[in-house]
Write a protein that binds this ligand. Structure first.
Ligand SMILES: N[C@@H](CCC(=O)N[C@@H](CS)C(=O)NCC(=O)O)C(=O)O
Length: 210
């Protein structure tokens, strides 16, 4: 790997699709390395990149970044010309981080617990980071409803890519409720050129069925 190269570690059936979309929004050059589930992702070589043995991960200028939300935020800052992160002195940086972290923590945890049938008892909402599944979905819906057209207003950002991907996947896999605000925002996101390009590239990497 040359020090300026951007390497994208992924599998087309993974959250790596979110990072692919982010990379396509940035319009930067990158090299894709596909890792198979199982032995490949748990190999010493890959564990040296991501000790979780999970995809996605990126390597950029000798820096490894894992965790989709962190990768999106890192890339937006690393390639400022694309304008996908509010500048340091821009007050929109507040809601930008708020929604990125809200989706990567509370939303992701609530959706997973719900899918696994492991939601905590209602009387424990005060100590659960996402409160309850319904509460997390209601606040996510408020975010979606405020997206006009994007989460930060006129300005499309990495938060649309990351938080919007939770809504997009959630609707597709029925892991979030089917609500008008979710559909309206996801509909706008799916129209984006970069979204379509990323989807086509990952679809082309899917295992062929005979
Ligand atoms: N919190 C991580 C989750 C990454 C993750 O769970 N990736 C899954 C695919 S979507 C994976 O690589 N699973 C393989 C395994 O754990 O063996 C992120 O946001 O990047």
């Amino acid at each position: 790997m040359t020090s300026s190269e951007l390497v994208f570690h992924t599998n087309p059936m993974s959250r790596g699709r979110i990072v692919r979309w982010m990379l396509e929004e940035l319009g930067v050059e990158y090299r894709t390395e596909v890792h198979e589930y199982g032995k490949d992702m748990k190999s010493p070589e890959y564990l040296a990149i991501n000790p979780m043995g999970k995809v996605p991960a990126i390597e950029h200028r000798g820096v490894v970044v894992t965790e989709v939300a962190a990768i999106c935020a890192y890339l937006a800052d690393a390639f400022p010309d694309a304008g996908l992160a509010p500048a340091l002195d821009d007050p929109l940086r507040g809601p930008y981080f708020r929604w990125l972290f809200f989706a990567s923590g509370p939303v992701e945890s609530a959706v997973t617990a719900n899918l696994l049938g492991q939601l905590p008892p209602a009387d424990k909402a005060g100590m659960v980071g996402y409160g309850s599944y319904d509460q997390a979905m209601d606040v996510l819906e408020q975010a979606a409803a405020s997206a006009s057209p994007w989460l930060l207003g006129e300005r499309f950002s990495a938060a649309d890519v990351y938080v919007g991907s939770h809504v997009d996947f959630g609707l597709a896999f029925k892991s979030i409720p089917d609500r008008p605000a979710f559909n309206a925002w996801a509909g706008r996101l799916r129209e984006r050129e970069a979204y379509r390009r990323a989807k086509a590239k990952d679809d082309a990497l899917m295992p062929k069925r005979d």
